[in-house]
Design a protein around this ligand. Structure first.
Ligand code: CA
Length: 196
């Protein structure tokens, strides 16, 4: 009897170890990658065309910003300044009416370390299980758009692909589906483009 108890305990220990290894080696998968054919000047021109003059081409803004890394977005900001002597973020802000969409655009345009500093240490602990934070932002009536946007912008270049999988296994619906039913308009489009 004693022998079997030992065997059982060993088996359980081996299982726990294997699970720990699996978790430790779970690779972080982002959803936003640096563009391989990146040209900051071309992007600056596209964004200028999107905001200059009457109207705004939000789809161009979404297309450009969600397909570049944060570092590339910073280079676009510099190129824009050199070409037009104007601040890209201010120009985008002037043109974007929807405050939730504007918040995502502004967050994407912040240097990543600066954006990360908008999270207090308490928040970093509180939201450290990202799929739960995303779920919390959408659970119940209404939506906490600020929390939803911050977590998506924060994780899209780090591990949102992994978070997305965990979200699905935990909550039984895809993150994209839930975001889609909780949001609308350009705001929805930009979040879905970041989630991929
Ligand atoms: Ca809700």
């Amino acid at each position: 009897m004693k022998f079997f108890t030992i065997v059982l305990l060993c088996a359980l220990a081996a299982l726990a170890w294997a699970r720990q290894q699996a978790e430790a080696t779970e690779e972080d998968v982002p959803t936003v990658f640096p563009s391989p054919n990146f040209n900051a000047v071309e992007d600056a021109r596209s964004l200028r065309d999107a905001v200059h003059g009457p109207g705004t081409n939000e789809q161009v803004i979404i297309q450009v910003l969600t397909n570049r890394s944060n570092g590339q977005r910073q280079q676009i900001k510099t190129a824009y300044w050199e070409l037009y002597g104007s601040d890209l973020v201010e120009d985008l802000d002037d043109d974007i009416q929807d405050k939730d969409f504007r918040f995502v655009v502004d967050s994407l345009m912040m240097p990543f370390n600066e954006f990360e500093e908008t999270f207090t240490d308490e928040e970093k602990v509180k939201y450290s299980v990202y799929e739960d934070a995303l779920h919390e932002a959408m659970a119940g009536p209404g939506t906490d758009e600020t929390l939803l946007s911050r977590i998506i912008v924060w994780r899209c270049e780090i591990d949102l692909g992994t978070v997305k999988n965990r979200y699905y296994y935990k909550y039984g619906d895809t993150l994209a589906n839930d975001v889609s039913s909780e949001t609308s308009g350009n705001y929805r489009d930009v979040l879905l483009a970041l989630i991929k």
